[in-house]
Design a protein around this ligand. Structure first.
Ligand code: F0G
Length: 429
């Protein structure tokens, strides 16, 4: 075996890193990427990563490939990078106050804004690695099912690579900005009369039948890229881990990737203490939370219904690896209502930061965990904002202009005739 290989989490089959199957060829279980520990860990490895922080050109300018030793060390000349990553870690007194984090006791809240990636979501971090791998195995085309963001990222990165892309999205359940991106970047777009969960089954079968490389988070190379959200935020905190990392949870790829990143970061001496993971689901799409409450005795499956369309998922594919992530980090899974999501979003948006509804779920989750006494007054909390405010303009219009009665943070536009007195009347009201 080389320094990197693939291992089936179900049956233990090992395959080489350039085996082209997105699932275990023996049992169709989920694969995991394994790396030999880097030659030098701890301080030396931190120093390697830190020395690259200012690089402007080439793959090392990417917030993913900066960590290539622990992502895909052998990708070499195949690397396809926008570049992506290098997203800001923001403080906002307004958002912190709304959540209650740090109200007493010296804790604080930081927002890791993954919406600042090239296509406006964290998916670009997984996609740069996924499409790099597709080039490496000489895939003819790439495909995914998506609630929108994966489709946008796949479409863009496939276009950059000159590969045909096929995306499947659930009809009527994809935010406008995301569908627009898939079309604009030139992906063959199938609007499926069904749910995301049905789209994923279909994409899985179709990729087998048509020999198209599947780039959902089933694909373990995607997760290697998404690990860098955690690595980059740790680096931004000078490798001093926060008490908590909160993330919205749908198909559970990110939760799984975060768990793996933290496990490896500890093993390789990048950090000496593991933050607790908080996975936040929308109450109407919360199979993982239901299962958490039962000590992960069995996976649940639900009919999903939430305004946060990105996480409107009832049968998450990375269930087992995400459960391990929560167990390993002494983490929690919690839920928030659609009203809480929309209020959190209005607060984040009005703070000048902005995010899409699924991202706001994690902010609402912070408030809930503070109120329940799970997040403590002295805790530093990093919330990952997974997507950009412009992804879902429809929900903004609904909240601010259409919802009756006006919700707490509604910013109603006022229509006027073109006369100065009208402006004065509104401004002085
Ligand atoms: N936040 C956003 C903005 C997302 O787009 C997604 C997933 C999640 C959170 C949840 O992450 O699935 O790893 O638990 N979007 C996928 C998609 C499903 O198709 O774009 P997860």
């Amino acid at each position: 075996m080389t320094a990197t290989w693939q291992l089936c989490a179900s049956c233990g089959t090992e395959t080489s890193e350039i085996d082209p199957h997105p699932r275990c060829p023996a049992c169709r279980g989920l694969l995991e990427i394994r790396h030999q520990p880097p030659a030098a860990g701890g301080n030396a490895l931190r120093a390697v990563f830190d020395a690259r922080a200012g690089v402007r050109h080439g793959p090392l300018a990417s917030g993913v490939w900066r960590f290539s030793e622990v992502v895909l060390p052998t990708a070499g000349e195949h690397i396809l990078s926008y570049p992506e990553g290098n997203t800001p870690l923001l403080a906002s007194a307004v958002v912190a106050r709304w959540t209650g984090v740090g109200a007493t006791g010296g804790g604080d809240l930081l927002l890791k804004h993954e919406g600042q990636n090239p296509t406006g979501s964290f998916k670009d971090r997984g996609m740069t690695v996924g499409v790099t791998q597709a080039r490496r195995i000489k895939a003819r085309a790439v495909a995914c099912a998506s609630t929108g963001n994966t489709a946008a990222a796949l479409a863009a990165y496939a276009a950059l690579a000159g590969l045909p892309a096929l995306v499947m999205v659930p009809k009527g359940q994809v935010a406008f900005g995301k569908l627009a991106q898939a079309l604009a970047y030139g992906a063959r777009t199938l609007v499926v009369r069904g749910s995301f969960d049905q789209c994923l089954e279909l994409a899985d079968q179709a990729s087998d039948r048509l020999g198209v490389y599947l780039l959902n988070s089933v694909n373990p190379f995607r997760l290697e890229g998404q690990k860098t959200i955690v690595l980059e935020l740790l680096q931004q905190l000078a490798w001093q881990p926060p008490a908590w990392i909160l993330v919205p949870a749908g198909n559970l790829g990110n939760t799984a990737a975060f768990g793996k990143a933290l496990r490896e970061a500890c093993e390789w001496g990048l950090i000496d203490r593991v933050p607790r993971l908080g996975a936040v689901q929308a109450a109407g799409a919360a199979p993982f939370a239901a299962s958490f409450r039962e000590g992960f005795a069995r996976p649940h499956r639900v009919d999903a219904h939430t305004v946060a369309t990105a996480i409107n998922i009832g049968n998450p594919v990375s269930y087992d690896r995400a459960a391990r992530a929560i167990r390993d980090t002494n983490g929690v899974v919690t839920t928030v209502t659609d009203d809480e999501i929309l209020e959190a979003k209005a607060v984040v948006d009005a703070a000048g930061i902005g995010c899409e509804p699924a991202s706001a779920a994690a902010v609402a989750g912070a408030r809930r965990l503070v109120r329940e006494g799970v997040i403590l007054p002295g805790d530093r909390v990093v919330v990952v904002l997974t997507g950009h405010v412009l992804k879902d303009p429809g929900i903004v219009t609904y909240y601010h202009q259409e919802r009756q009665p006006a919700p707490p943070y509604a910013n109603r536009p006022v229509e006027i005739d073109p006369r100065l007195e009208e402006v004065e009347r509104v401004v002085n009201a």
